[in-house]
Design a protein. Sequence first.
Length: 188
Amino acid sequence: MLLKMIAVLPFLALCAVLANGLFQNDDSLRFNSKGEMIFPAHYREWVWLTSGLGMSYNAGAEDPNPDFDNVFVSPQAYSSFLANGVWPNGSVFVLEVRASHHQGSINKTGHYQGDLEDIETHVKKADGTWAFYGFGDGTKPASMKPKSADCYSCHEQHGAVDTTFVQFYPTLLKVAQEKKTLKVENSK
């Protein structure tokens, strides 16, 4: 039995090294020499959390052509959240904003997603603090948004888990409730 375990150990070590290499080569959170975040080019292969249509934090008239918001999170962050109910350092969320259309091809009612309008990221840095990076509609490296930007205070005040809007992620809301990591006042 001991010999079998000794024979398996190198295989397990190799698996761990390979898995670690896969995560380190992931493009989810990288910075250039200027401190700008490198665009996570493969974010559409990440875990999709939710889509919203015409979501606004201000009351007012509805937009007849509201934007679609799609939220993706890096696979490692998603797996960790499922296990612990909290986001690990290095978590990256991508908010993809797309135009909506209601007339085209065979569509007669409803809305469908169109061109990319904006991409922003919400990042839990290595020190545990959160930051936002705006990429616009391009893929060039982005500087961190200043702490005075509205996104910081809004996420701090209304984020259901840490500074994230888990209340809008139906697959994760239950996890946060079960793990007791949900801020009660922001759960709805």
